[in-house]
Design a protein around this ligand. Structure first.
Ligand SMILES: [Zn+2]
Length: 166
């Protein structure tokens, strides 16, 4: 399958955990809260997003079967295997653009200097970290600390995970 270098996603509520992992890798990912598949499909079509879902009905839509809309049916319940399936099926790059999108609200992060974040981060972080990013929507401050490294490491573990599919 052709690699989609700048794929954008819409994640159905039944596979919601995928959203944070995709954002962590740097992929623009909407989380669909609603129950009405049609509005998810309309958004996917309008914004050229790949649908990730466990709902077989979505896969039977004509827009999907005809190939106009790309959708991936997530096979398993385990989140580790779900993200592994998405990465493998679409040849995603785990280190695509880490640290570029807010994990909570999918907004592109904006660079901030040490002075700009000042007292908004814990003192030990301020002393050890030089680079910061801020979400313009929720104002969370991100830095390349241990949390981010731990998440990347977990992702790499998922990729070597050989769990039984249910
Ligand atoms: Zn945010």
């Amino acid at each position: 399958m052709r690699q989609i270098s700048a794929a954008r996603f819409i994640v159905d509520h039944n596979v919601g955990k995928l959203a944070k992992w995709l954002r962590m890798m740097g992929y623009d990912t909407l989380f669909f809260h609603g129950e009405d598949d049609s509005s998810m499909i309309a958004t996917a079509l309008a914004e050229n997003r790949v649908i990730l879902t466990r709902d077989t009905h979505v896969m039977e839509r004509r827009l999907v079967t005809s190939g106009r809309l790309k959708a991936v049916l997530i096979a398993c319940e385990t989140p580790e295997l779900q993200i592994k399936q998405v990465i493998e099926t679409l040849s995603l790059d785990i280190r695509f653009k880490p640290f570029s999108i807010c994990l909570e609200c999918n907004q592109p992060l904006v660079e901030r200097s040490k002075e700009q974040v000042g007292e908004r981060v814990p003192p030990y972080v301020f002393q050890t970290q030089q680079q910061y990013m801020e979400c313009p929507a929720c104002n969370r401050i991100y830095w390349r600390g241990t949390h981010w490294q731990a998440m990347t490491r977990r992702l790499e573990e998922f990729m070597s995970y050989k769990g039984e599919e249910k």
